[in-house]
Design a protein around this ligand. Structure first.
Ligand SMILES: Cc1cc2nc3c(=O)[nH]c(=O)nc-3n(C[C@H](O)[C@H](O)[C@H](O)COP(=O)(O)O)c2cc1C
Length: 311
């Protein structure tokens, strides 16, 4: 009957992530988003604002060159260049005031206590809706091992952060592990409200003429289309062992990629590298999802989550 036909106007795109109500599933990935993008993207149309990870003290970042292109993506080793917490509180957060979508603050730190200290300060701000913990950076007190590579450290970190804030906590997992399931379980046990699967994949590229690494820091993180099949697999695996909502992140370039991640089990999707290539990627992806839903007469985007047909 014509009244029941799904049209762009009758779609439900709202999803929930750890107590957050998002108007749709498409948000930027930390590090690939800045206030200046409001010239091309209507921030009020995306799911959330996710600024670059902040560290407590200002950091210069790594040696240059910090990015290089590779087939199917890019390697970056920015090294969490950061203006520090003071600047973040005084300038970054106020710069996002006036948009009608939740602000998710991404935090990087060198120790469990520093994570907790920052989470307490940032989590207390009414402007901040949720915290994303970038546990993929090296833990200086753990021999350079990323927090998110060790299940016990991941669990402890979540427990400690949950003690200092009531805001939803998203654990951004490292894909550079043997078992992403083990880390996902640990984050859930520690009290994480949602999981981001995942950060960049450790990679290296060499210029054969100079014989030098193409990245000043020798190795960096791979992102873009080349990582997507790995991330889709990880989302699917995490979905098998955890009830937490998953934010899929890695290689989403268009609506089809976002839908694929949702079918694997993601509730929402972050977009990074695509925005460097196409500044309006976030809203373009949203429109493509709507087109797919109308094509297949799917009224509610939540029906896609975990909808892959196995066997
Ligand atoms: C230039 C650049 C800077 C990034 N900075 C951060 C960061 O500060 N914090 C973080 O959690 N992830 C950071 N990332 C990782 C992205 O958030 C995302 O996890 C990764 O790029 C995979 O998604 P994509 O393939 O859509 O880019 C950065 C990625 C790039 C390319």
């Amino acid at each position: 009957m014509s009244e029941t036909r799904v049209t762009p106007e009758t779609l439900n795109l709202e999803v929930r992530i750890g107590g957050l109500r998002l108007q749709n599933p498409i948000m930027p990935a930390s590090g690939a988003f800045g206030q200046e993008m409001d010239e091309v993207v209507d921030f009020n149309r995306i799911a959330a604002i996710v600024p670059k990870s902040i560290t407590k003290e200002p950091r210069k970042g790594n040696l240059t060159p910090r990015v290089c292109e590779v087939p199917g993506g890019m390697i970056n080793s920015i090294g969490i260049q950061s203006k520090g917490l003071e600047y973040y509180l005084a300038k970054t957060i106020p710069s996002f005031k006036g948009y009608d979508v939740p602000l998710i603050s991404s935090i990087s730190a060198d120790s469990v206590e520093e994570f907790a200290e920052m989470a307490e300060t940032i989590g207390a701000l009414p402007e901040v809706a949720a915290l994303e913990l970038n546990i993929s950076c090296p833990n200086l007190k753990g021999n350079g091992l990323a927090f998110g590579m060790d299940p016990e450290v991941t669990r402890r970190l979540m427990v400690r952060v949950k003690e200092v804030t009531d805001k939803p906590i998203i654990a951004k997992l490292s894909p550079n592990v043997t078992s992403i399931q083990e880390i996902a379980i640990a984050a859930e046990e520690g009290g994480a409200d949602a999981l981001n699967v995942a950060n960049t994949i450790l990679a290296m590229a060499i210029d054969i003429h100079s014989r030098r690494p193409k990245i000043g820091n020798v190795m960096g993180g791979l992102s873009g289309p080349s990582v997507k099949p790995i991330i889709v697999r990880m989302i699917y695996q995490v979905r098998q062992v955890s009830k937490l909502p998953i934010i899929g992140c890695g290689g989403v370039m268009n609506g089809e990629d976002a839908i694929e991640m949702m079918l694997a089990g993601a509730t929402a999707v972050q977009v990074g590298t695509a925005s460097f290539i196409n500044p309006t990627a976030l809203t373009d992806i949203l429109e493509e999802i709507k087109g797919y839903m109308v094509q297949y007469q799917i009224r509610d985007v939540n029906e896609l989550i975990g909808g892959v047909r196995i066997s």
